[in-house]
Design a protein around this ligand. Structure first.
Ligand code: F0G
Length: 457
């Protein structure tokens, strides 16, 4: 007999306390930090859905592996465990460990970016775009139009627009495009997956024009699970096998091991090109460390090697994707608009639809995120005009979508935590017409969402 309830495929082994606060305390805490959720003391957050990055629970086997960590400066056995685990899924010739994903991006784009270069993706994540722009190159998003429509039910809304990609290549010229990137799953576009068919087609276009193809593969296992669930002919395949096929379509990857590799820290850059790898290793030594540990301790490398074997478990992925959908479906039932279909690691509330009375330049996503914190101690993250609105030329342009992301840390919260989140969201939605926008009082020159200060209008 198969039961309907999909349970957490783990039991709790070690616990961390949650601190209860009152709404009036939270109103003061958030005012004190200029209404920026990144500036809160996390003890004053009850359910922390700011990110799924590095915030998950490690397994007992990962903690045990930490005890095996060997801290030799060069050639540690922990490095070999890590490298083998990465190459088991992503058999690229060179693996370059970094302390997190953006360090891999910084190295890659320092090597291949620069003025006059232009780099397409389905949607660049914000650190990816910032690292591209820091070299004075340009990042361009070419996701399919369904990927920009929160209510479209397309099963693979992270797909690249293939016609736009070929037009782009012909317009800007192969010599100006050092790489084509694909983010799997497409985080900034709602955690939406990319189909195998689309990855094969992008790979074929890149081969046709002789342009390297790189994956930003942070949530590769979740993406592969969606392929297994949603794509014709994939239902019988092992997720690991799908992951290896995805890897085989590209020439390299950047990785934040704080996501699907189940780590609290870590990342890597992997690639086949010997010359580029040599340039990247030299850059690695400048800022991250020797090539057999990068920015990581031996124990971190061990924990990631184990995490990479756990994340491809079908029981885990079924639970992961079903429990994310559980939150999304409950919000929809309460009439709260979200990006559909539900993605892998997060639910994205459509603040533009929920708060039509707040114009984009008054930051409806920020208004909603602050209210969820005040009312229920839930910390989400604005993904809208605050995050993307400031352009390199100094102008401010409304983002295509105004979202609040509720990212779900891996193996961390139980269903009752999520039931509480649903109740709080319903309460906020019930008085959404009373919410007001914000203006920015203080803003840094780049990545403003992390440190800007706001005031209510
Ligand atoms: N690429 C994607 C798609 C990401 O989601 C992230 C991080 C990175 C690259 C950078 O990795 O943080 O290890 O340097 N995303 C986190 C998030 C921060 O909350 O979505 P990092």
């Amino acid at each position: 007999m198969e039961f309907k309830t999909i349970i957490e495929p783990f039991k709790i082994h070690s616990v961390a306390p949650l601190q209860m606060t009152t709404q009036s305390q939270r109103e003061k805490y958030i005012e004190d930090v200029g209404y920026n959720l990144f500036s809160l003391h996390s003890d004053n957050v009850l359910i922390d859905l700011l990110t799924d990055s590095g915030t998950g629970a490690m397994s007992r086997n990962q903690w045990a592996a930490i005890q095996h960590g060997d801290e030799s400066y060069a050639g540690s056995p922990s490095w070999l465990m890590f490298k083998d685990a990465v190459q088991n899924l992503f058999p690229y010739k060179h693996v370059i460990p970094t302390h997190q994903g953006r360090a891999a991006e910084k190295i890659l784009f320092t090597a291949i970016g620069g003025k006059g270069k232009i780099i397409p993706s389905n949607t660049h994540f914000d650190t990816t775009r910032a690292n591209i722009e820091y070299t004075q190159a340009e990042g361009v998003d070419l996701v399919i139009s369904e990927g920009k429509d929160p209510s479209s039910l397309h099963p693979f809304k992270g797909n690249m627009d293939l016609v736009a990609l070929e037009e782009f290549i012909n317009k800007f010229g192969v010599e100006n495009i050092p790489v084509v990137m694909m983010t799997i799953t497409n985080n900034s576009g709602g955690g939406q997956p990319v189909s195998l068919e689309n990855l094969r087609a992008v790979s074929a276009i890149c081969k046709k024009y002789g342009i390297p193809f790189f994956l930003d593969a942070c949530r590769f296992a979740e993406n592969a699970w969606f392929i297994r669930e949603r794509e014709a002919g994939q239902q019988e395949r092992d997720v690991a096998d799908i992951v290896r096929e995805i890897a085989s379509l590209a020439d390299g990857m950047t990785m934040s091991a704080k996501k699907d590799p189940m780590g609290n820290i870590g990342g890597w850059l992997a690639l086949n090109d010997d010359d580029l790898a040599s340039i990247c290793r030299n850059l690695l030594i400048l800022t991250e460390g020797f090539p057999t540990y990068g920015g990581l301790a031996g124990r971190d490398l061990e924990a990631l090697a184990v995490g990479l074997t756990e994340v491809i478990s079908h029981d885990y992925l079924k639970y992961r994707i079903t429990s994310t959908a559980y939150l999304g479906n409950a919000l929809l039932k309460k009439g709260i608009p979200i990006v559909q279909p539900t993605g892998g690691h997060a639910i994205y509330i459509d603040a533009k639809a929920l708060l039509p009375h707040i114009p984009p330049l008054h930051y409806p996503g920020q208004a909603l995120a602050v209210e969820l914190y005040k009312v229920g101690g839930i910390r989400g993250c604005e993904i809208g005009t605050v995050m993307f609105g400031r352009k390199p030329d100094g102008s401010e342009v409304a983002s295509a979508m105004e979202l609040v992301r509720l990212a779900i840390p891996r193996r961390t919260y139980t269903q009752s935590h999520i039931d509480y989140v649903i109740e709080v969201c319903a309460e906020v939605a019930a008085h959404s017409q009373d919410l007001r926008g914000y203006r920015i009082m203080k803003e840094p020159p780049a990545l403003r969402h992390f440190t800007s200060e706001f005031a209510p209008l």
